[in-house]
Design a protein around this ligand. Structure first.
Ligand code: ZN
Length: 116
C-alpha cells in the first residue's frame, strides 16, 4: 500500500472507517482508505483465489490457474487479511514481505533487463 497522494511507502494502519481499513501517510500526513476492489470479478472467484493463497499456493500459481493477475489476487488477499486482522489474529509479516519482494524482483527481471 503506497500513499495515493505522494507515493510514499511510509504508510501505517490507522483504524477503520465505515468498515474499511484506513491508512495514514507518515510523509504527507493524509488519510486514505483501501483502494476499491478491482471490478469485474465475482465474489466467488475472489473468495476462491483468497482460499488458494491461504492454502499455500503462490500468487503466480493462482494466476496460472485462474487467469487473474497476481497483482489483483495479491490485493484481494491483503484485503482479506486486513479483515481477519480486525481481531487479535496476526498474519506473520515476513510471509507477506517475502511474497512482495518476490513480486518486486520478478517485475524487475521482466522489465528491467531489456535484452531479448
Ligand atoms: Zn503521502
Amino acid at each position: 500500500m503506497d500513499c495515493p497522494y505522494c507515493q510514499s511507502h511510509k504508510v501505517v494502519k490507522n483504524g477503520h472507517r465505515q468498515g474499511k481499513q484506513s491508512y495514514l501517510c507518515r510523509d504527507c500526513g493524509r488519510q486514505f482508505r483501501d483502494s476499491p476492489c478491482p471490478a469485474g470479478y465475482s465474489s466467488d472467484v475472489k473468495e476462491l483465489c483468497v482460499k488458494m493463497s491461504l492454502n499455500g499456493m503462490g500468487f503466480r500459481a493462482i494466476e496460472r490457474v485462474s487467469g487473474i493477475s497476481h497483482n489483483t489476487v495479491l490485493n484481494w488477499v491483503r484485503l482479506a487479511q486486513a479483515q481477519i486482522c480486525d481481531d487479535n489474529y496476526e498474519i506473520p509479516e515476513t510471509a507477506q514481505i517475502d511474497e512482495l519482494q518476490t513480486l518486486e524482483s520478478s517485475k524487475k527481471t521482466k522489465f528491467g533487463s531489456g535484452q531479448l
